[in-house]
Structure formats: C-alpha cells, structure tokens
Write a protein that binds this ligand. Structure first.
Ligand SMILES: [Zn+2]
Length: 319
C-alpha cells in the first residue's frame, strides 16, 4: 500500500520521466564470482544520487541445486527486475528465495521483482518495516528521483530464523548480528567458505549509523571475525579474502565512539564536532566527511546526555 504522499511523489516523477531517458538507463550490474556457484554484485560506494540510481549496495546470490538464494534486492523496482534477469541468466536456474538482511531501503526496495518467491526476513526487521518502509521509500524517491519509478515497499512475507539450513547442497548459516540496526542477519556458507557480512562490514566506504548500537556492533564484529571464512562480502566496498575490513570497521567505530565521548566531555557543539579532523586511516574512505557529519547528527545527543551530571535524588524521609 502506498501512502497518498508517496503516490504523489511517484506521479510527479512519472511526469518528469517522460522528459528524460535517465530511467531507461540500465544499472551496471556485473556479478563477480566469489566461489563455485556463488556471486557478489559490487556497487558504487558513494551516496544516493540520481546518477547512481541508488545502486550503492552490494548484493549476492548462491546457485544451489534447489534454485538460487538471493541476498538483498537492491534500491528500486527497476534494479530488482534487472537484477533478477541477470541472476537467472548467470546461475542458469530460477530464484527460490530472497533474504533481506536488515531494514535499510537500499537492501529491500527491489522486492517487487521477487514477489512470487518467499521473501525472508527476521521477525523484528519485518515488524520495523511495517512502520518504517513508506518513510524509507519516500526518502529514496527524494534522493534518487527518476529511477525509483514504480517502486513500492513490498514487505517480507516469510520468516528468517537464525541457524543452519541445508539448501540444495549448501550449508547456510543465518547469524543474528544486530548492531548496524536493531536486527541484522549475516549469511555464512559453510560449503563455499563465503561470509556475506553485508552491512556489519564496510570496506573503504564509511559506515552508516542511523540505527546503530555500538556495543552490539562490536560484539557482531567479534563474532564474524571468529568465523572460518575464506571470502568476505561486505555490504559496501570490495570483496576480500581476509578479515581486514572487519578490523577496519571496528577501528572506525572505536574512533567514532571515543571522539564523541571526548567531545561531549569538553562540551563541544554538534557543529564543532562535525568539523573535527578525521584520522588519515579513514579520511580517504568514500563519504568520510559526509557520513561523519550524519553520524554526529544521529548519535551525539546521546553522548551529551551521558555527560550530564546525574540528577540528585531527593532526600528520602528517614522515619
Ligand atoms: Zn544498512
């Protein structure tokens, strides 16, 4: 169901679309083999723009003997439809199910192209999307524009339970690793050794923290690093064969946490915090300054609150 506001934005875009052919442009979807029967699609690492059509999220798919398991559907209906054609051509078999790892819009707004198969998500993710999906979609319409045409949030329709499932010759473990949001799933394919860490791990791209809980995120990174994976597919940035991006994501979050704490202790204003220097280790990552500013906006008030002296408890009567 689209809200009236989303319908209005969509109608407006349909009008604009008639005047431009940007919407006809295909997304540059090029699957990269990461193991036998396993592919990742590595995206641009920028921010949402009309030029990239919102394609800045990595997706992946595994061709089992019982059909293809897809991880993430991308940022728009147009992306989802093109992606599904690419998947079935590459894998040579039909899609059997789609896994939505968390609630961020670039990971689920392609769902319409998979409406005939189970679209799985953890219960908490689906519950949050029930309330938030329209707003998240509206925001992408504003940022990306034309190529969002026809996109409506389609909610997951099947459960995703953490644990190991044997699917068509692949032993897939769905691991609950919240922290990037309130509910995140990583997929570890024990058969191929590929860890699809998705947005718990960023590689060369500054992490996004609108819904982050840092203590949980640190625990998630420890858990992922301990897995015996051979190949790592992050949510944003290039595939690797080591844990370097897990460690780099941890170092960034540690720096962010310590810097916000210290800034609150010194009583800096949000504007002053946004202007603080970014260490050389992270300054070259895509969107370094912009994401830092956004993170200060999302998180700094919590740190300021923690610095307030505890309110003195009123004296208790002693008799
Ligand atoms: Zn995310």
């Amino acid at each position: 169901m689209m809200t009236r506001r989303l319908r209005l934005i969509a109608a407006l875009l349909a009008g604009l679309g008639a005047m431009t052919d940007a919407r006809a442009a295909d997304y540059p979807i090029t699957p990269q083999a990461v193991a036998p029967d396993s592919w990742a699609v590595i995206a641009d690492t920028g921010y949402f723009t009309p030029q990239n059509g919102g394609f800045l999220v990595n997706t992946a798919f595994i061709a089992t003997t019982e059909g293809v398991v897809v991880i993430g559907s991308g940022p728009s209906r147009a992306f989802g439809e093109q992606y599904r054609r690419v998947i079935e051509r590459t894998a040579g078999k039909p899609v059997r199910e789609l896994v939505i790892t968390h609630k961020h819009p670039d990971h689920f707004l392609g769902n319409q192209a998979f409406r005939d198969v189970p679209i799985r998500a953890e219960e908490k993710t689906t519950a949050m999307l029930r309330n938030e999906a329209e707003g998240l979609a509206e925001n992408l319409y504003r940022l990306v524009g034309d190529r969002m045409q026809g996109t409506e949030p389609l909610l997951p329709n099947a459960p995703l339970t953490p644990g190991v499932r044997e699917i068509g010759g692949h032993q897939l473990e769905f691991i609950a690793v919240p922290g990037h949001t309130q509910s995140d799933i990583a997929v570890f394919d024990h058969t191929s050794g590929v860890l699809y860490a998705i947005d718990q791990v960023f590689n060369g791209r500054t992490p996004t923290l609108p819904n982050a809980s840092l203590p949980e995120w640190f625990a998630a990174l420890d858990r992922l690093e301990a897995l015996p994976f051979k190949t790592l597919v992050p949510g944003h940035g290039a595939v690797t064969h080591d844990a370097a991006p897990i460690r780099a994501t941890r170092r960034y979050l540690q720096w962010l946490d310590a810097t916000l704490k210290e800034a609150a202790r010194r009583g800096l204003t949000p504007t002053e915090v946004m202007a603080l220097p970014i260490p050389a280790d992270f300054a070259g990552w895509a969107e370094a300054r912009a994401e830092w500013r956004r993170s200060v906006g999302f998180l700094y008030a919590r740190y300021e609150l923690a610095e307030l002296p505890a309110l003195a408890a009123p004296d208790q009567p002693t008799d």
